[in-house]
Ligand binder design. Structure first.
Ligand SMILES: [Zn+2]
Length: 133
């Protein structure tokens, strides 16, 4: 993806200044970057689904709930993200909740996934824990 393209998470920012720096920096010891809030992590995970970056999704998944491996369904085209509500999830919180609706197309049909996701912060890093529909 071009660095100056619109970020897939629909923030209105460029990819580079939004989710791209986390996708680049999450495992880069020279220029490390990790989302500082639960909602920033949520956005960067949506963008990782949209761009097909399973390594980033696994790295930001809490070890307690992380699947052993992750195969992304290439038939799903993630299109848009609406953040509906957030609770806590700031740089000094240890837990956070993000409610969202993620829009996608599958077999030429528009669909969406609504979820209330739980995030935890450990060792200074936010992780996705789990979610309810
Ligand atoms: Zn973004």
């Amino acid at each position: 993806m071009e660095k100056d393209s619109r970020c897939p998470c629909n923030s209105g920012e460029s990819y580079e200044s939004c989710c791209g720096r986390y996708h680049q920096g999450f495992n880069d010891p020279n220029t490390p970057a990790w989302p500082g809030t639960a909602v920033a992590l949520m956005r960067s995970r949506f963008s990782a689904f949209a761009l097909g970056l399973p390594e980033f999704l696994l790295a930001t998944w809490h070890p307690d709930t992380r699947p052993a491996e992750l195969e992304l369904d290439e038939a799903i085209v993630w299109q848009d993200l609406d953040i509906i509500r957030t609770e806590a999830g700031g740089p000094f919180d240890s837990n956070g909740i993000v409610e969202f609706e993620a829009h996608y197309r599958l077999l030429n049909q528009s669909n969406s996934q609504h979820e209330v996701s739980d995030f935890v912060r450990e060792g200074g890093r936010w992780y996705y824990l789990d979610g309810d529909d």
